[in-house]
Write a protein of this length. Structure first.
Length: 266
């Protein structure tokens, strides 16, 4: 079924980018708050077993007893991330995730990757491990490419295909692959319209920047599955094969992967 809202949002975003002559393709990020994003449920439909005990944190208990804390229940109970906040406007003593205010402790900041709007999370040390676990789970198939310890200087990812005359997106034909790196390992769920005019909703994307010293910075959100396919053959043996070039075998069009495929680097 064609979702009219989705299409109109996509069109307006593309038009804005063209008019403003930006090089990146940034679509407003929306975090879908569903149980399926929870780190505590392995099967999306089962929601009765994904409760997490928070009783070892008295601050959270206190907060859950007043109505303001309602907004933090998804995180505290299910590990579902709230939407990122504009951190320049944010109280640095307030944990964006659990809602606790504490002037005595140093909070962490995590930017989701778009420099222009400073969106991200401000969170307390109590939430740190859980936050990192959620981030990792959401990017699991390509996590080793994003992991600062295992990551390479770059990974392969496709350039957007456009008609040279009309500048309209092209949906067919081989991809051109370039070297990119992730700006953020935070996954954004947006509508994927890179394969067809009718997009697939709630697809995980990663915010990336192209590595090219001859051009200005090109940033865009790239779908996690495109990054997985573009680099899968380079990582077949558990070590990143720097001689591999996806421009030869065009893996996004040719590579069939099992549903649970992931990149594993040693
Ligand atoms: Zn917290």
């Amino acid at each position: 079924m064609v979702n009219v809202n989705t299409l109109s949002v996509s069109n307006s975003a593309a038009t804005t980018n063209d008019n403003d002559n930006y090089n990146f393709e940034y679509v407003p990020v929306m975090v879908i708050r569903t149980r399926s994003n929870s780190i505590f449920s392995s099967e999306d439909e089962i929601t009765t077993h994904d409760l997490m005990s928070v009783t070892n944190n008295n601050n959270i208990d206190n907060h859950l007893n007043n109505s303001d804390a309602y907004a933090y229940n998804d995180w505290n109970q299910y590990g579902i991330l709230p939407s990122p906040a504009r951190l320049v406007m944010f109280n640095p003593s307030l944990c964006h995730l659990c809602g606790t205010v504490d002037d005595e402790i140093v909070h962490h900041e995590y930017y989701i990757g778009c420099n222009h709007d400073n969106l991200g999370y401000n969170y307390c040390p109590h939430c740190k491990n859980k936050f990192e676990l959620v981030i990792k789970k959401r990017a699991e198939p390509i996590w080793d490419l994003l992991d600062p310890i295992k990551a390479q200087q770059y990974f392969w990812a496709p350039r957007t295909r456009r008609d040279p005359i009309t500048n309209q997106r092209i949906y067919r034909g081989p991809y051109k692959y370039d070297k990119w790196k992730a700006v953020s390992n935070y996954v954004s769920y947006i509508t994927d319209n890179t394969k067809s005019y009718i997009g697939i909703k709630n697809t995980p994307f990663i915010y990336c920047i192209m590595i090219n010293i001859y051009e200005d910075d090109i940033n865009k959100l790239i779908s996690l599955s495109d990054i997985l396919k573009s680099n899968y053959n380079a990582c077949k043996n558990g070590v990143y094969d720097t001689l591999y070039d996806p421009n030869i075998d065009d893996p996004i069009n040719t590579l069939e992967l099992p549903i649970d495929a992931k990149i594993v680097l040693h």
